[in-house]
Design a protein around this ligand. Structure first.
Ligand code: BGC
Length: 373
């Protein structure tokens, strides 16, 4: 595997061109001349554009750093993730920035890092069930779900609107936070008859409860999980449409947890002749979904500016390396401790503000899309 250096000495190294980055399970890496690394970064998978985007933003942000950094991908496997962490530990990292594939499953990797005195920063997803997490850098995930739910409410008309619910992977703590946020706004509108839940008996059974326990959310998520997988999302949507009668279709409302699953679910609903229109949510502002929004195939996305998350986690890591105390703005319960956290706000994006939010802000280039006004 070819290593691509980031950081120290990177400017003179012909291997620094991100264009030469191989599509490998271990991703890009940079070591100092003595083979050591200061900051290790472990991301969940290259199979979703979201995390490739994070890698790119890390590379951009670290282009001029004097610290050596290596980024590894776990390819949806907790075992691979642990191997990645162990490999970074042998290179002497002082700080580990890690987005777990599975929140509980990553506890052993965090423990291994903590045992070597490494500061562990959980990135975007919280590592749960261990006291070995020092900090958490995240978006406001409850707000993400609330923004999705509110969008569906704002687009609805009258009563009895068919509502199809989908969720992320139960192994990802964020899936619960997104669902909690969505439920907090949707539940009163289900209780008052604005929406009718079509595809989850567990959700129907709980529809009069404003606040759900984690176990109650688990029972719903268990029925409507996409597992963050495009194919699973498509298969679930097909099954739900097959089970639902024509009277449960027409103008439908779909809570899709993120952009990748939204595109799969939207494509599936679009092919059902009994569905006359759909409103569907997403999150991540993935390029493919921005094109879907421009084309009217996805209704909205929640823009999470990865540049901010990357900057916050690097600033935190650098504070640690300098022996300073990183700044935090709150705390998240990881089932064992309250993890000090820095949280970033999110923005709802649809056709109306897509250009202002994503092009005029310099996040993407207009030339990456067609049909932008
Ligand atoms: C992230 C989302 C992402 C999802 C699937 C979540 O933990 O917060 O941005 O779409 O995982 O990878």
């Amino acid at each position: 595997m070819m290593l691509v250096s980031i950081g120290c000495g990177a400017a003179d190294d012909p291997e620094t061109d991100p264009g030469t980055t191989p599509e490998t399970e271990t991703g890009t890496g940079g070591e100092k001349d003595d083979g050591t690394v200061d900051i290790g970064i472990v991301l969940p998978t290259k199979d979703e554009p979201r995390w490739v985007q994070d890698e790119t933003r890390f590379q951009e942000a670290l282009a001029d750093t004097d610290y050596s950094v290596e980024i590894l991908f776990s390819q949806g496997s907790s075992a691979k993730e642990k191997e990645n962490v162990e490999s970074l530990l042998t290179k002497g990292i002082d700080v580990l920035i890690i987005c777990p594939h599975d929140g509980d499953g990553a506890a052993a990797a965090a423990d291994a890092a903590a045992a070597e005195g490494v500061t562990v920063i959980s990135y975007d997803r919280l590592i749960t069930g261990t006291d070995a997490v020092d900090y958490y850098v995240t978006f406001d995930s409850v707000s993400v779900g609330a923004a999705q739910g509110q969008y569906l409410i704002d687009q609805s008309k009258g009563t009895g609107n068919p509502l199809y619910l989908y969720a992320g992977a139960a192994s990802d703590n964020n899936a619960f936070l997104f669902f909690e946020g969505a439920w907090s706004v949707l539940q009163p509108k289900i209780a008052d008859g604005t929406f009718e839940i079509i595809n989850s008996a567990a959700a129907v059974g709980l529809q009069d409860k404003a606040e759900l326990t984690r176990d109650e959310m688990s029972s719903i998520i268990g029925q409507v999980t996409t597992n963050w997988d495009f194919n699973e999302a498509k298969n679930k949507a097909e099954t739900h449409l097959t089970a639902a009668g024509a009277d449960k279709k027409g103008d439908v409302y779909i809570l899709a947890p993120n952009d990748g699953t939204a595109r799969s679910i939207a494509d599936t609903f679009a092919t059902d002749s009994d569905v006359s229109s759909y409103v569907i949510t997403g999150q991540d502002a993935e390029k493919a979904s921005i094109q879907y929004i421009i084309d009217g195939k996805q209704s909205m996305t929640v823009f999470k500016d990865v540049r901010t998350l990357v900057k916050d986690s690097i600033d935190m890591a650098v504070s640690v390396l300098k022996g300073d105390m990183p700044g935090t703005t709150g705390a998240y319960d990881n089932k064992v401790k309250e993890v000090p956290a820095k949280q970033t706000e999110v923005i709802t994006v649809d056709q109306k503000n897509v250009k202002a939010a994503l092009i005029d802000s310099g996040y993407y280039e207009a030339s990456e899309f067609t049909g932008l006004e």
